[in-house]
Design a protein around this ligand. Structure first.
Ligand code: ACM
Ligand code: ZN
Length: 522
C-alpha cells in the first residue's frame, strides 16, 4: 500500500492514494441520513456547521452488507463519500475524516485533502478501557476527556470500576448508607506496597444524574459503558455501610490499605441476595448498556471466612458444593441470574471462573496463572484479554513498555487456536497509585495509542516503527490540549520491581518526590 500522507492511529486496514484533491471549508455541507447523525454531528462540530439532509459535498450513505463497525471513505475531486452499514461504522468514518482534516494542509482557512480510498474494519469487536474510581476518584470532566480520546482512537467500551474496598462511588437512593458510609474513607492516600497513609478524609461519589450524563455522552461517541460492582470480595466499602451482609457481621470501615483484604459478602445469607437484587435494579436504571461486570476476583482470603461461617457451610452442604470455590460459582450464578432479568450479559475476572459458571458469563483474563484451566474455558466461553503483563497501565513503562503493548497478540499469551472466543482486549487503570489527572494521563498515554492499534489493526498490518512515526502527530495533539504523557515509553528492564508502579508527575519516571515524602511523614 502506498504510504498515506496522514498519520492515522489506529492504522486503517486497507488504503490507497487517489489522484486529485478536495478542498473542505467551514461552509462545506455534510449530508447525513438520520440514523448516521452521530457521525454527522461529530464531524460538523469540528467544521462548526450542522448536518443537512439535502445536498452536501461530504456525504454519509447507508449501504447494505458491510461488516459491523466497518466503513469506506473516499476523497476525490468530486467530493468526500463515507459508506457504512451501521451507525458505528459511519461514526468511525467521521473520526478518520476529522483526523485527516486536522492534519490536512490549510490554505486561507481551507483544508486541502489528498485523494484517497480507505476500506476499514476492526480486528476485535471489543476494544476497551477500564478506569478504577474506587481507589481514586476523578469525576465527570476527566471521564469525558478519556471518552473523547477513546472515540478518536475507535475504542468502543468503557469499563467503569465503581465499587471496591476503598469506596463505593455511585449515589444509591435505595441504600443511602452506601454513600454516607461507603463513599468515605479516612485517608486519601492508601497504605501498603511501600506507601503510607497520606492526606485526610476522602469522600466522593457520582450523583445519579452525573452517571446518566456520562452514559449519554459515551453513547454519542458509540462507546458502551460497563459498570463493575465487584462481588463477593473487594466489598469492604459496601460492608462498612451494611455489616450484616458479611459472614461475621463485625463493624468495619472502608479500606485505606492496598492489597487483597479479607472481608467478603456472605454467600449463605439470603439477605445478601435480596440486597443485591434491589441494588442491581437501581443500577440497571442508570446503565442501559447490554453488559454488567460482576468482578469475582481475589476472593481467596474471604473463602477462609466462608469455611468458618455456619450459613455458608450450610448452603455448601445443601447444594453439594465441595469447596469455597464452588460456593463462589453458586454465588456468581445467582448474581448472573439477577442481571439476566434486566437483559444483561455478565463479565467476571478469570480467577473466579470455573465449570460451575453459566457459559454466558464472559471471562476477562487478567492473571497469567493456571493458564491451562483458563484456556479450557475459552473453548465454550467468550473472553476479553487484559493480561496484566501487557495491559495493566498502572504498571511502570519499564515493565509494560509502549513497544510491549504494541507487540501484543493473543498467541503470545497462550490463546492460539481459540480465536473465535476472543472478543477483544482492554487496558486497565487501577488507581491505588494513580491519584491525579496528571498521573492518570501519564499511565494512559502514549500506551492507549498502542492498545487502539492492537484492537483495530490486523496483526499483518502492524509495524512498530511505522506506528511510532505516526504517533508523533498525536503527541503534538496531546501537548496542544494539555494532556500529560510519559516520555519513557521505550522501557528498560522488563523485570518486576519491588514497587512496579509509577508515582509522581510531569512525564518523568515516577519517583517518590520530596514533597510526597514530607506528606507521608506526618
Ligand atoms: C484484578 O486485577 N484484581 C482483576
Ligand atoms: Zn457466610
Amino acid at each position: 500500500m502506498a504510504m498515506l500522507k496522514y498519520n492515522l492511529i489506529p492504522k486503517p486496514n486497507f488504503y490507497k492514494t487517489l489522484d486529485g484533491t478536495y478542498t473542505v471549508s467551514s461552509g462545506t455541507k455534510v449530508l447525513c441520513a438520520e440514523e448516521f447523525l452521530t457521525a454527522g454531528n461529530y464531524l460538523t462540530a469540528y467544521l462548526k456547521t450542522s448536518p443537512v439532509s439535502t445536498e452536501g459535498a461530504i456525504k454519509f450513505k447507508k449501504v447494505g452488507g458491510m461488516e459491523p463497525e466497518s466503513y469506506k471513505l473516499k476523497v476525490s475531486p468530486k467530493g468526500i463519500f463515507v459508506e457504512a452499514s451501521d451507525a458505528r461504522g459511519a461514526f468511525y468514518g467521521a473520526v478518520t475524516l476529522k483526523t485527516i482534516l486536522m492534519q490536512a494542509t490549510k490554505k486561507e482557512g481551507k483544508a486541502v485533502v489528498n485523494g484517497l480510498l480507505i476500506q476499514d474494519a476492526p480486528q476485535y469487536s471489543y476494544r476497551g478501557v477500564q478506569m478504577d474510581e474506587s481507589r481514586h476518584f476523578f469525576g465527570v470532566k476527566t471521564v469525558k476527556q478519556v471518552l473523547d480520546m477513546m472515540a478518536m482512537l475507535k475504542l468502543n467500551t468503557f469499563h467503569w470500576h465503581l465499587s471496591d474496598d476503598q469506596g463505593y462511588r455511585i449515589e444509591s437512593k435505595v441504600f443511602p448508607l452506601l454513600n454516607s458510609v461507603g463513599s468515605t474513607r479516612k485517608y486519601a492516600g492508601l497504605q501498603g506496597f511501600g506507601f503510607k497513609h497520606r492526606g485526610g478524609e476522602y469522600s466522593h461519589y457520582y450523583k445519579q444524574e452525573e452517571i446518566r450524563e456520562i452514559v449519554a455522552y459515551a453513547k454519542k461517541l458509540h462507546i458502551t459503558v460497563i459498570p463493575e460492582i465487584d462481588v463477593p470480595g473487594h466489598t469492604l466499602a459496601m460492608l462498612a455501610a451494611y455489616p450484616e451482609l458479611s459472614c461475621t457481621g463485625k463493624k468495619i470501615e472502608p479500606a485505606c490499605e492496598n492489597g487483597i483484604l479479607e472481608d467478603i459478602l456472605c454467600a449463605g445469607n439470603e439477605e445478601v441476595y435480596t440486597f443485591l437484587e434491589k441494588l442491581f435494579q437501581e443500577l440497571c436504571s442508570l446503565f442501559d448498556g447490554p453488559y454488567f461486570h460482576i468482578g469475582g476476583d481475589e476472593a481467596i482470603k474471604g473463602h477462609k471466612l466462608w469455611e468458618k461461617c455456619p450459613k455458608c457451610t450450610s448452603v455448601m452442604q445443601a447444594q453439594g458444593l465441595k469447596s469455597p470455590k464452588e460456593l463462589q460459582g453458586y454465588f456468581m450464578t445467582r448474581v448472573n441470574a439477577m442481571l439476566k432479568k434486566y437483559g444483561k450479559t455478565c463479565i467476571a475476572w478469570n480467577d473466579c471462573i470455573n465449570d460451575n459458571f453459566d457459559s454466558s458469563i464472559i471471562c476477562q483474563y487478567w492473571f497469567p496463572n493456571n493458564l491451562a484451566a483458563v484456556r479450557k474455558q475459552a473453548s465454550h466461553r467468550d473472553f476479553i484479554l487484559s493480561p496484566e503483563n501487557y495491559f495493566y497501565f498502572d504498571e511502570k513503562y519499564a515493565r509494560v513498555s509502549l513497544k510491549k503493548v504494541y507487540k501484543f497478540n493473543e498467541v503470545k499469551v497462550g490463546f492460539a487456536g481459540v480465536g473465535q472466543h476472543i472478543r477483544g482486549i482492554e487496558c486497565e487503570h487501577w488507581s491505588e497509585w494513580i491519584d491525579t489527572d496528571s498521573a492518570l494521563q501519564f499511565a494512559m498515554f502514549p500506551r492507549l495509542f498502542a492498545v487502539a492499534e492492537v484492537g483495530w489493526t490486523k496483526l499483518a498490518n502492524r509495524r512498530y516503527r511505522d506506528f511510532y512515526k505516526r504517533l508523533a502527530w498525536y503527541k503534538t495533539y496531546l501537548n496542544k490540549i494539555g494532556i500529560n504523557y510519559s516520555r519513557l515509553e521505550k522501557g528498560r528492564a522488563a523485570t518486576r520491581q519491588v514497587i512496579p508502579y509509577h508515582f509522581g508527575a510531569d512525564g518523568k519516571e515516577y519517583k517518590k518526590s520530596e514533597e510526597l515524602k514530607a506528606k507521608e511523614s506526618f
